[in-house]
Structure formats: structure tokens, C-alpha cells
Design a protein around this ligand. Structure first.
Ligand SMILES: Cc1cc2nc3c(=O)[nH]c(=O)nc-3n(C[C@H](O)[C@H](O)[C@H](O)COP(=O)(O)OP(=O)(O)OC[C@H]3O[C@@H](n4cnc5c(N)ncnc54)[C@H](O)[C@@H]3O)c2cc1C
Length: 378
């Protein structure tokens, strides 16, 4: 039986454990957090992400948690409406093979799927991290902070954009920080099925009202010094950057709000022998690309497929990277366009965005948009 140590119980780590466990691998998941993280913002699974969720057996559980599509009400800073993109338009644009779920729900479904694997369910080590790794021709020896040592065939670093596995083995230089921060958190919201959204020069703030336990706020803005923004904490940052906007943001922000800088990871290789990085650790594309969860699921699913096809682990990892890299490169380029949409530099760019969004509501254009989304999601 082949063994893998997976660092990180996020989307990429859990999906890798599900995929490998199905093929008879024994896995140990090492997660730094003391328990499963539940914090959530919304992620879309469209095209390849939806397909990967289906192959990983997640669809029926995810369908129960699908937040569906909603109407977007674009508003001015004072809250007065500019125009509306109805839910039916969004639905027609993304097509039937799409869903929107909270990241925490996707993680919960993956966790349930992993623990239901029976004899190959992962051995979870919460509150634990990797302290040392020795790679030798026949395997990897991994020392953990709980004092135990694991012998494995493969070490998977799925420890996110700040990956310590990456800095330990590949060096410190692959993260590219952008001058933006993002803040996302659950809110009480109402049940109107609307996303009240303001997009102005350098910033976006939205409150998605889908009823109790389903409503959330999302804010992103451009700033010269993301580190200084983060150090003042989410509540002060929220008040300073978007406190003047009437979109329905609450005055308080929960402690477990997602609040981080926006960074990509660009590496020439994602593996070295029997050590491989998956998900944001290897290729973070940023929220502006909108495909991070999709790529984490697709990457894990294809990693399993390549390890099944190739008896040599380094060969499997090389083949896997060749299938995935073009998609990642494309998404990282898309992210740069996304920055213009979420934080348009000038009023002129805001007006151009508005024109594009208004055009989506026209039937002929809607079909074109749908075809473009389908092409881009494959
Ligand atoms: C606001 C927002 C909206 C988004 N929207 C979308 C979207 O619409 N569609 C989409 O596809 N993607 C979206 N994404 C991106 C997506 O959420 C991520 O790309 C995806 O979750 C990556 O998962 P991951 O498992 O690679 O990393 P993570 O989710 O960061 O998981 C890493 C895990 O590793 C653990 N860890 C870290 N360091 C260590 C260590 N040293 N030892 C042990 N454990 C460690 C962490 O605690 C964590 O559990 C969005 C992101 C944001 C922020």
C-alpha cells in the first residue's frame, strides 16, 4: 500500500486525500489549525471545477448546499440603484453545470467524503505541522511537531498561498504580492436574493442577501501597503476603506473573517522527486481569477489519475504538471483582468465595466457571454 503525507486540510489537501484514498493510498493529513476551519466566502464551481467535483463524488452533497444564482443590484456610493442584473440572466450566462457554495461547505463535504473512505480514510493530525523532511531514493521521512515520524512514498504540500512546504524545499521567492486586500465574512443579511454591490475606483463592496446562515459580505480594495492594512485589523480596515458606502455592511466584523493580501504564486516547477505542491501552495491564481477552488479540485483529481497511470512517482508528477500548467498560466493572466473589474483604476474604467454588465442583460449578448464562459471554463 502506498502512503502519502499531505500538509494542509484545505480544499486541495482534502481533495488529494479523497482521490488517493479511492486508489488505495494510505494518507496522513497534517493540519496546523487545531480543528477544521469553517470560515467561509463564496466560491463558484463552473466547467472544469464542476466536472472535478462530480468525479470526486461531491455533487449530491454540494447540491444541497448550493447557494444558487442571485440578482445583482449595482448601486452608487449612497446606495441608490444604478441598474440590476437579474438572477435569470446570471443563470443563463453560467449554464446548468455550475454551483456556488461557501468555501467552508466545500471543505465540509470533502471532509465527509474523506472520512467515509473506510480503510483508506486519512489519519488526521490537527494542531500539527511538519518539522523536518528527509527525501531518499525510496521515499520521504517526515518528522511532525507531535513528535511522530512518518515514512511515505509522497509528500504533498497543500498548505496554501503562504506554504511552508514551498519555502522549505523550493525557496522563498515565488510569491508575487499585489497592492490589494480582500475581506469576506458572513452577515445576517435579508432573504431578498440580491447582491447589493458598489464598484467604484479602486474598490468593490458587496453584501449578498440570501437569508440566515447564507448571507455574506465581500470587500476588496487597492492600497499601497497591504501589510499596514492587515495590521490595523479587519474592522478598522473596513471602516477606513468602505465605511462611506451604503451597501448594508455591518458595523462589526467577526473574528474569523477572511482578511488577507492578494498574492499569486508563480513557480517554474511544482515538484522535486517525491515532494509535490498542490493548490494555492503551487499556483495561487487569486480570487480575481475566480478559479482557485476549481484548480485545487482539478489539480488533486488529475494528480490521482497520473499517479495511477505511472508506476514511477517522479514520472507521474512530471506528467501531471504538463497537463495542468497551461490552465494555471491562463488563469493567472485572467486575474490581472479581474483586478480591473473589482478595483477599476478610474471612473472611466468603472463606466466601461457598467456598460459591459448592462450589455449582459441583452438576450443576444447573453448567449455570447455564455459561450465565452463555457470556453473559458474548460
Ligand atoms: C474571497 C475569495 C473568493 C474566492 N472565490 C473563488 C471562486 O469563486 N472560485 C474558486 O474556484 N476559488 C475562489 N477562491 C479561491 C479558493 O478559495 C482557493 O484558491 C482555494 O481554497 C485553495 O485551496 P488550498 O487548499 O490550496 O489552500 P487553503 O484553502 O489556503 O488551505 C491550506 C490549508 O493548509 C493549512 N496550513 C497552512 N500552513 C500549514 C502548515 N505549515 N502546516 C500544516 N497546515 C498548514 C491551512 O490551515 C489550511 O487549512 C476565492 C478566494 C477568496 C479569498
Amino acid at each position: 500500500m502506498r502512503r502519502a503525507v499531505i500538509v494542509g486540510a484545505g480544499i486541495a489537501g482534502l481533495a488529494t486525500a479523497v482521490r488517493l484514498g479511492r486508489d488505495g493510498w494510505q494518507t496522513v493529513i497534517v493540519e496546523r489549525a487545531p480543528a477544521r476551519r469553517r470560515s467561509g466566502y463564496m466560491v463558484n464551481l463552473i466547467g472544469a471545477g464542476f466536472d472535478a467535483a462530480e468525479r470526486l463524488g461531491l455533487l449530491s452533497a454540494l447540491t444541497e448546499r448550493d447557494l444558487g444564482v442571485f440578482t445583482t443590484v449595482l448601486v452608487r456610493a449612497d446606495g441608490s440603484p444604478k441598474f440590476t442584473v437579474p438572477a435569470a440572466v446570471a443563470e443563463a450566462a453560467v449554464g446548468p453545470r455550475a454551483m456556488t457554495v461557501f468555501r467552508g461547505d466545500l471543505e465540509a463535504v470533502l471532509f465527509d467524503q474523506a472520512t467515509a473512505l473506510g480503510g483508506t480514510a486519512p489519519d488526521f493530525r490537527f494542531g500539527t505541522t511538519v518539522t523536518a523532511v528527509d527525501q531518499h531514493p525510496d521515499g520521504v521521512r517526515v518528522e511532525l511537531s507531535d513528535g511522530t515520524t512518518e515514512e511515505a512514498d509522497l509528500l504533498v504540500g497543500a498548505d496554501g498561498v503562504q506554504s511552508r512546504t514551498r519555502t522549505m524545499f523550493f525557496g522563498p521567492d515565488f510569491r508575487v504580492d499585489f497592492p490589494y486586500v480582500v475581506l469576506a465574512f458572513p452577515v445576517a443579511g435579508d432573504a431578498s436574493g440580491t447582491a447589493v454591490t458598489h464598484i467604484g475606483p479602486g474598490r468593490t463592496a458587496a453584501v449578498v442577501n440570501l437569508g440566515p446562515e447564507r448571507s455574506s459580505a465581500f470587500v476588496t480594495y487597492r492600497c499601497d501597503d497591504p501589510g499596514a492594512e492587515l495590521s490595523q485589523g479587519p474592522a478598522a480596515a473596513l471602516a477606513g476603506a468602505v465605511g462611506d458606502l451604503a451597501v448594508g455592511l455591518p458595523a462589526t466584523v467577526p473574528d474569523d473573517a477572511y482578511f488577507d493580501r492578494v498574492s499569486q504564486v508563480a513557480m517554474p516547477r511544482w515538484s522535486d522527486g517525491r515532494i509535490v505542491l498542490v493548490g494555492d501552495a503551487a499556483w495561487c491564481v487569486t480570487l480575481f481569477a475566480g478559479h482557485g477552488a476549481t484548480l485545487a479540485l482539478t489539480g488533486a483529481d488529475r494528480l490521482g489519475a497520473c499517479l495511477r497511470e505511472h508506476s514511477s512517482i517522479p514520472d507521474a508528477l512530471t506528467a501531471w504538471e504538463a497537463t495542468l500548467r497551461p490552465e494555471v498560466v491562463r488563469r493567472q493572466a485572467t486575474a490581472k483582468r479581474g483586478m480591473m473589474q473589482y478595483a477599476p483604476p478610474t471612473r472611466f474604467h468603472v463606466a466601461m465595466n457598467d456598460l459591459t454588465m448592462r450589455a449582459i442583460t441583452l438576450p443576444g449578448v447573453r448567449n455570447l457571454v455564455r459561450r465565452a464562459i463555457e470556453r473559458q471554463s474548460r
